[in-house]
Design a protein around this ligand. Structure first.
Ligand SMILES: [Fe+2]
Length: 196
C-alpha cells in the first residue's frame, strides 16, 4: 500500500506539470499510518441526526480506503453524494496537506459516514480499512512551482509536514475553531465554513 501511495504521487507529478519524480524526495520515508475502523451492526435506531463519522477532511496527502456502504462525499455544490460500493475497488481522497501544497488547486474531499436504516440490508457490521499517506517528517511543504503564477501567488508560507500535523492534531484535541489567523498560516482545508 505504501508503494501504491508512492506511485500515485508520480501520477500527481505528471498531472501537475512537474517532473515525474518531483515528490519522491518528500515521500520516500513517510509517516504513513493505517487504521481499521469498526462500526458494529445497529441494534437500535440511532438518535435523530446521529451518524457514524461526522463531516471532515483528512489531514494527510491522500487517503486510500476500502469502500463500504454509508460513505458519502460532498461535491462542489455542497451536496452529499453516496460513494458507490464496487467490488475490488479502493477510494482515494485528497487530503488537506496536498490541498495546501497545490495552493488550493486540488481540493481536499469532505466526507462522512452515515448510518444504515435499522431494518435495511445495509445494516451490517462495517469494517473500514484506511491508509493515510503522509510525507516525510522533515518535508518542507511550500507552494508547488506549477501552482503559482503572476497574480496568483502562494497562499500559505512554507511549513514542515511535522509542524503541520502537530498543529492540526493540537487544534483537534482542543476543539478549537480556526480563525482568520489560522487560515492564513495553516490553510482553509478544515474550516467548516468552506462549503457554507
Ligand atoms: Fe476521513
Amino acid at each position: 500500500m505504501r508503494q501504491f501511495g508512492f506511485d500515485l504521487h508520480r501520477l500527481f507529478s505528471i498531472a501537475l506539470g512537474l517532473p515525474e519524480d518531483y515528490f519522491d524526495k518528500f515521500i520516500d520515508e513517510p509517516f504513513t499510518s493505517f487504521r481499521a475502523v469498526h462500526y458494529p451492526k445497529l441494534e437500535t435506531a440511532p438518535e435523530p441526526g446521529q451518524i457514524r463519522a461526522g463531516e471532515h477532511s483528512d489531514y494527510d496527502n491522500i487517503t486510500i480506503c476500502t469502500i463500504d456502504p454509508g460513505l458519502q462525499c460532498r461535491n462542489r455544490d455542497g451536496d452529499w453524494v453516496d460513494v458507490p460500493v464496487l467490488e475490488d475497488t479502493l477510494v482515494i481522497n485528497i487530503g488537506d496537506l496536498l490541498m495546501r501544497w497545490t495552493n488550493d488547486r486540488w481540493v481536499s474531499t469532505r466526507h462522512r459516514v452515515i448510518n444504515p436504516l435499522l431494518d435495511s440490508e445495509d445494516n451490517q457490521r462495517r469494517m473500514s480499512l484506511i491508509h493515510f499517506v503522509q510525507c516525510n517528517y522533515d518535508a518542507v511543504i511550500e507552494c508547488l512551482p506549477t501552482c503559482q503564477r503572476l497574480g496568483h501567488p502562494p497562499k500559505y508560507p512554507p511549513i514542515t509536514a511535522t509542524e503541520y500535523i502537530i498543529e492540526k492534531y493540537t487544534r483537534q484535541i482542543r476543539f478549537e475553531k480556526w480563525d482568520d489567523k489560522n487560515v492564513n498560516l495553516y490553510g482553509t482545508a478544515d474550516t467548516e465554513s468552506r462549503f457554507e
